[in-house]
Design a protein around this ligand. Structure first.
Ligand SMILES: [Zn+2]
Length: 380
């Protein structure tokens, strides 16, 4: 399959195989070539995370003018299909995108992958790129293996799929700057709140293994969370966060999604938590509220511009060997004196990992989603 897009990601030309591909990918019938020419390619993706990966590949190829290729799977129930994607620059921002079938291996048909199979209300993650399925705790397995799940043998029905991108696949795009995910209950026609998430040092490689927002997107039913869009920014080098890169990711995300600009929240772990303090101090009129986790505040306490101080709920493990409770509390008290609307929770006996306790705490989420700015953020 080969197709061409212009500098604005609009389809310029395509071959016949495209229609079959777009229909499979978007789950909606795409009748004919004339229906798709001129439309943005993003209309034909059902996975926001896969869009994040493709967008970055497109940006990279346009910038470097070097071709980029990537393996992926496009299985049918009775066939493992190993494919490759190649993106080539054609000048003036035009890109030629080719997908090829490299190898196919037949297997006994898997009802799990049959679009007509009966589905339960439960959902599980499937990686849009390698078609492996997440058995939980980011244990991704081949779809053949999922037949052994007890509820499937019991009911004979299959869970529905959440299209995600697993860690192994996202790390093939080494410098991917961020991933956008939508919680399963988002209504694309409505504005949703946005959560910006900044991971801790070295956690960028383990994003989905952490008990943190990227995991909560698919397991939002564990907690009672309203619909939200998640921007997980990725930092690939050691050292402090570059907050301007976070702001660039935020601007691009606001451009592309229906987001309630009065409800942009930010949370981060450890060095990501320190960056949260920096961001709400330097861009206080952007964020409606913040949850910095396992991070000291005192370094960044200068009074924000215009006296705006987004409300903060900070958390810490009582036995954190990295961030001392005493230093943390001194920071909190100074913030109070500075008239910040700040509250905090110390989780007794927890070490540096207090994010698990934080992100599984329904009260913190309820508090966060209840915060709303009087005026929409004006950062563009
Ligand atoms: Zn994958």
């Amino acid at each position: 399959m080969r197709y061409l897009i212009d500098s604005k990601d609009r389809l310029v030309s395509l071959n016949e195989e495209w229609v079959a591909f777009a229909t499979t990918n978007s789950g909606q019938g795409v009748a004919a070539e004339s229906d798709v020419i001129g439309r943005r390619i993003w209309d034909f993706f059902s996975s926001e995370e896969l869009k994040s990966v493709y967008r970055w590949i497109f940006q990279k190829v346009r910038k470097t003018e070097q071709p980029f290729s990537l393996p992926f799977r496009c299985d049918s129930p009775s066939m493992r299909r190993m494919m490759s994607l190649e993106v080539e620059h054609q000048g003036n921002g035009y890109l030629a995108i080719t997908t090829r079938l490299d190898q196919s291996i037949s297997r006994s048909p898997l009802s799990l992958l049959d679009v007509n199979a009966s589905r339960t209300a439960e959902s599980i993650d499937i990686c849009s790129m390698c078609r492996r399925v997440n058995l939980g705790h980011n244990h991704w397995v081949e779809a053949e293996d999922i037949i052994h799940l007890p509820e499937i043998s019991r009911t004979g029905r299959f869970p529905s799929f959440n299209e995600r991108v697993c860690h192994d696949c996202s790390s093939q795009v080494e410098d991917l700057p961020y991933m956008v995910s939508l919680s399963g209950n988002v209504d694309k026609g409505e504005e949703s709140p946005l959560i910006v998430f900044l991971h801790g040092e070295t956690q960028g490689d383990n994003l989905f293994r952490l008990q943190a927002p990227p995991r909560l997107v698919s397991s939002h039913k564990l907690l009672d969370l309203p619909p939200f869009i998640l921007l997980s920014v990725l930092k690939h080098k050691p050292g402090p966060w570059d907050i301007e890169k976070v702001m660039t990711a935020l601007r691009e995300t606001l451009d592309l999604y229906a987001i309630d600009r009065r409800r942009i929240y930010i949370t981060g772990i450890s060095s990501g938590g320190m960056a949260v303090w920096k961001l709400i101090t330097q861009y206080p009129d952007v964020f409606a509220a913040a949850v910095p986790v396992a991070a000291n505040a005192n370094v960044y306490m200068s009074s924000p511009a215009a006296g705006i101080k987004p409300p903060v709920w900070a958390t810490l493990g009582g036995a954190d060997p990295v961030v001392r409770e005493k230093t943390f509390l001194n920071g909190m008290k100074l913030l109070k004196l500075n008239r910040w609307d700040v509250k905090w929770t110390i989780f007794d006996g927890q070490n540096h990992d207090c994010w698990t306790a934080t992100y599984l705490n329904q009260d913190i989420w309820e508090w966060l989603f209840a915060q709303k700015k009087a005026n929409p953020a004006s950062l563009i």
